[in-house]
Design a protein around this ligand. Structure first.
Ligand SMILES: N[C@@H](CCC(=O)N[C@@H](CS)C(=O)NCC(=O)O)C(=O)O
Length: 204
Protein backbone atom coordinates (compact mmCIF):
# COMPACT_ATOMS: atom_id res chain seq x y z
CA UNK A 1 0.00 0.00 0.00
CA UNK A 2 1.17 3.52 -0.73
CA UNK A 3 0.30 6.37 1.59
CA UNK A 4 0.50 9.88 0.16
CA UNK A 5 1.83 11.61 3.22
CA UNK A 6 3.87 14.42 4.75
CA UNK A 7 5.82 14.51 8.01
CA UNK A 8 4.14 17.86 8.70
CA UNK A 9 0.54 16.67 8.33
CA UNK A 10 -1.24 15.79 11.58
CA UNK A 11 -3.85 13.77 9.65
CA UNK A 12 -1.06 11.73 8.05
CA UNK A 13 0.47 11.25 11.49
CA UNK A 14 -2.86 9.99 12.81
CA UNK A 15 -2.91 7.37 10.03
CA UNK A 16 0.65 6.20 10.63
CA UNK A 17 0.21 6.13 14.42
CA UNK A 18 -2.90 3.99 13.84
CA UNK A 19 -0.94 1.75 11.48
CA UNK A 20 1.70 1.18 14.20
CA UNK A 21 -0.95 0.55 16.86
CA UNK A 22 -2.62 -2.03 14.56
CA UNK A 23 0.71 -3.62 13.66
CA UNK A 24 0.34 -3.00 9.91
CA UNK A 25 2.79 -0.12 9.40
CA UNK A 26 5.26 -2.41 7.63
CA UNK A 27 2.70 -2.89 4.82
CA UNK A 28 2.73 0.85 4.04
CA UNK A 29 5.16 2.82 1.88
CA UNK A 30 4.96 6.56 2.58
CA UNK A 31 5.19 8.80 -0.46
CA UNK A 32 6.12 12.33 0.50
CA UNK A 33 3.56 14.67 -1.07
CA UNK A 34 3.46 18.46 -1.05
CA UNK A 35 -0.02 19.96 -0.81
CA UNK A 36 -1.25 23.40 0.05
CA UNK A 37 -4.72 24.86 0.48
CA UNK A 38 -3.91 27.82 -1.76
CA UNK A 39 -1.67 26.12 -4.33
CA UNK A 40 -3.17 22.83 -5.54
CA UNK A 41 -0.74 20.05 -6.44
CA UNK A 42 -2.11 19.52 -9.97
CA UNK A 43 -0.54 16.08 -10.51
CA UNK A 44 -1.94 14.80 -7.22
CA UNK A 45 -5.53 15.79 -8.16
CA UNK A 46 -5.69 12.65 -10.32
CA UNK A 47 -5.28 10.56 -7.14
CA UNK A 48 -7.37 12.60 -4.66
CA UNK A 49 -9.80 14.87 -6.53
CA UNK A 50 -9.53 17.52 -3.78
CA UNK A 51 -5.77 17.15 -3.49
CA UNK A 52 -5.70 16.19 0.18
CA UNK A 53 -3.35 14.01 2.17
CA UNK A 54 -3.35 11.44 3.64
CA UNK A 55 -4.52 9.28 0.76
CA UNK A 56 -3.99 5.52 0.68
CA UNK A 57 -3.67 3.54 -2.55
CA UNK A 58 -4.07 -0.22 -2.22
CA UNK A 59 -2.16 -2.83 -4.23
CA UNK A 60 -5.12 -3.20 -6.63
CA UNK A 61 -5.26 0.56 -7.22
CA UNK A 62 -8.24 1.28 -4.96
CA UNK A 63 -7.98 4.73 -3.38
CA UNK A 64 -9.05 5.40 0.23
CA UNK A 65 -9.39 8.76 1.96
CA UNK A 66 -9.85 10.62 4.31
CA UNK A 67 -7.77 9.97 7.42
CA UNK A 68 -10.54 8.46 9.58
CA UNK A 69 -11.62 6.10 6.81
CA UNK A 70 -8.03 5.03 6.15
CA UNK A 71 -7.66 4.36 9.90
CA UNK A 72 -10.81 2.24 9.95
CA UNK A 73 -9.56 0.32 6.92
CA UNK A 74 -6.20 -0.35 8.62
CA UNK A 75 -8.01 -1.53 11.74
CA UNK A 76 -9.77 -4.22 9.66
CA UNK A 77 -6.43 -5.62 8.48
CA UNK A 78 -5.67 -6.93 11.95
CA UNK A 79 -8.49 -9.11 13.33
CA UNK A 80 -7.20 -8.51 16.88
CA UNK A 81 -7.29 -4.74 16.62
CA UNK A 82 -10.10 -2.90 18.39
CA UNK A 83 -9.33 0.74 17.64
CA UNK A 84 -12.83 1.03 16.15
CA UNK A 85 -15.06 -0.83 18.63
CA UNK A 86 -17.82 -2.66 16.76
CA UNK A 87 -20.79 -1.66 18.91
CA UNK A 88 -22.13 -0.52 22.24
CA UNK A 89 -21.05 2.38 24.41
CA UNK A 90 -17.40 1.82 23.52
CA UNK A 91 -18.13 2.52 19.84
CA UNK A 92 -19.97 5.81 20.41
CA UNK A 93 -17.40 7.01 22.91
CA UNK A 94 -14.56 6.25 20.49
CA UNK A 95 -16.35 8.01 17.61
CA UNK A 96 -17.15 10.98 19.84
CA UNK A 97 -13.48 11.31 20.77
CA UNK A 98 -12.58 10.91 17.09
CA UNK A 99 -14.98 13.75 16.24
CA UNK A 100 -13.54 16.23 18.75
CA UNK A 101 -9.98 15.28 17.75
CA UNK A 102 -10.80 15.82 14.07
CA UNK A 103 -12.52 19.13 14.82
CA UNK A 104 -9.43 20.29 16.70
CA UNK A 105 -7.22 19.28 13.79
CA UNK A 106 -9.42 21.15 11.31
CA UNK A 107 -9.39 24.22 13.54
CA UNK A 108 -5.61 24.13 14.01
CA UNK A 109 -4.83 23.66 10.32
CA UNK A 110 -7.14 26.54 9.31
CA UNK A 111 -5.79 28.71 12.11
CA UNK A 112 -2.23 28.12 10.95
CA UNK A 113 -3.22 28.91 7.37
CA UNK A 114 -4.73 32.19 8.53
CA UNK A 115 -1.79 33.34 10.63
CA UNK A 116 0.79 32.47 7.98
CA UNK A 117 -0.92 34.79 5.44
CA UNK A 118 0.61 38.25 5.03
CA UNK A 119 -0.40 40.23 8.10
CA UNK A 120 -2.44 42.73 6.09
CA UNK A 121 -4.67 39.87 4.83
CA UNK A 122 -5.24 38.22 8.21
CA UNK A 123 -8.59 38.55 9.96
CA UNK A 124 -8.10 39.30 13.69
CA UNK A 125 -11.69 38.14 14.39
CA UNK A 126 -11.05 34.81 12.72
CA UNK A 127 -7.78 34.32 14.59
CA UNK A 128 -9.51 35.08 17.90
CA UNK A 129 -12.32 32.64 17.08
CA UNK A 130 -9.86 29.80 16.31
CA UNK A 131 -8.06 30.43 19.59
CA UNK A 132 -11.27 30.55 21.62
CA UNK A 133 -12.53 27.26 20.15
CA UNK A 134 -9.26 25.46 20.86
CA UNK A 135 -9.31 26.70 24.45
CA UNK A 136 -12.89 25.43 24.78
CA UNK A 137 -11.87 21.97 23.46
CA UNK A 138 -8.86 21.84 25.81
CA UNK A 139 -11.04 22.80 28.76
CA UNK A 140 -13.53 20.05 27.89
CA UNK A 141 -10.86 17.37 27.38
CA UNK A 142 -9.04 18.38 30.54
CA UNK A 143 -12.10 17.12 32.44
CA UNK A 144 -12.84 14.07 30.27
CA UNK A 145 -9.28 12.74 30.13
CA UNK A 146 -9.26 11.74 33.79
CA UNK A 147 -11.16 8.60 32.68
CA UNK A 148 -8.64 7.71 29.93
CA UNK A 149 -6.04 5.01 30.48
CA UNK A 150 -3.18 3.62 28.44
CA UNK A 151 -4.64 0.13 27.98
CA UNK A 152 -8.06 0.61 26.39
CA UNK A 153 -7.13 2.97 23.61
CA UNK A 154 -9.18 3.69 20.51
CA UNK A 155 -9.04 5.83 17.38
CA UNK A 156 -10.36 8.79 19.38
CA UNK A 157 -7.44 8.77 21.81
CA UNK A 158 -4.96 8.60 18.92
CA UNK A 159 -6.64 11.52 17.14
CA UNK A 160 -6.78 13.69 20.26
CA UNK A 161 -3.12 12.93 20.99
CA UNK A 162 -2.18 13.88 17.41
CA UNK A 163 -4.14 17.13 17.72
CA UNK A 164 -2.37 18.00 20.98
CA UNK A 165 1.02 17.19 19.47
CA UNK A 166 0.23 19.36 16.45
CA UNK A 167 -0.80 22.17 18.79
CA UNK A 168 2.62 21.84 20.42
CA UNK A 169 4.37 21.59 17.03
CA UNK A 170 2.81 24.68 15.44
CA UNK A 171 1.64 26.76 18.42
CA UNK A 172 4.36 26.09 21.01
CA UNK A 173 4.15 29.67 22.30
CA UNK A 174 0.63 29.01 23.63
CA UNK A 175 2.13 26.73 26.30
CA UNK A 176 -1.19 24.88 26.76
CA UNK A 177 0.39 22.39 29.21
CA UNK A 178 0.48 24.99 31.95
CA UNK A 179 -3.29 25.64 31.91
CA UNK A 180 -4.66 22.13 31.26
CA UNK A 181 -2.65 20.01 33.64
CA UNK A 182 -4.73 16.79 33.60
CA UNK A 183 -4.71 16.73 29.81
CA UNK A 184 -1.02 17.51 29.79
CA UNK A 185 -0.29 14.55 32.10
CA UNK A 186 -2.29 12.22 29.86
CA UNK A 187 -0.61 13.52 26.72
CA UNK A 188 2.88 13.14 28.24
CA UNK A 189 2.13 9.46 28.85
CA UNK A 190 0.46 8.89 25.50
CA UNK A 191 3.40 10.45 23.67
CA UNK A 192 5.63 7.67 25.03
CA UNK A 193 3.78 5.01 23.05
CA UNK A 194 5.97 3.64 20.23
CA UNK A 195 3.28 4.60 17.70
CA UNK A 196 3.68 8.26 18.69
CA UNK A 197 7.46 8.14 19.03
CA UNK A 198 7.81 6.65 15.56
CA UNK A 199 5.65 9.31 13.92
CA UNK A 200 7.03 12.57 15.36
CA UNK A 201 6.45 15.62 13.14
CA UNK A 202 9.44 16.79 11.13
CA UNK A 203 9.29 20.22 9.52
CA UNK A 204 10.72 19.35 6.08
N1 LIG B 1 -10.54 15.62 6.49
C1 LIG B 1 -9.27 15.32 5.88
C2 LIG B 1 -8.36 16.52 6.04
C3 LIG B 1 -7.01 16.32 5.36
C4 LIG B 1 -6.29 17.64 5.13
O1 LIG B 1 -6.89 18.71 5.15
N2 LIG B 1 -4.99 17.54 4.91
C5 LIG B 1 -4.23 18.72 4.59
C6 LIG B 1 -2.77 18.53 4.96
S1 LIG B 1 -2.54 18.54 6.69
C7 LIG B 1 -4.30 18.94 3.09
O2 LIG B 1 -4.32 17.99 2.35
N3 LIG B 1 -4.34 20.20 2.64
C8 LIG B 1 -4.37 20.54 1.26
C9 LIG B 1 -5.66 21.18 0.86
O3 LIG B 1 -6.54 21.40 1.71
O4 LIG B 1 -5.81 21.46 -0.33
C10 LIG B 1 -8.68 14.07 6.53
O5 LIG B 1 -9.04 13.77 7.68
O6 LIG B 1 -7.89 13.36 5.88
Amino acid sequence: MQLYWSSRSPYARKVMATAYECGVADQITCVRTLVSMAQPNIDFLSIHPMGKIPTLVLGDGQVIYDSSIICEYLDTLNPNSTLFPKNGVARWQALQRLAIGNAMLDNLVLWRNEYTRPQSQQSPETLTAFHLKIKSALHNLNKLCTTYNMIEIDIGHITIACALSYLQFRFAALDWHASYTELSKWHQLFKCRPAMQLTEHVDI
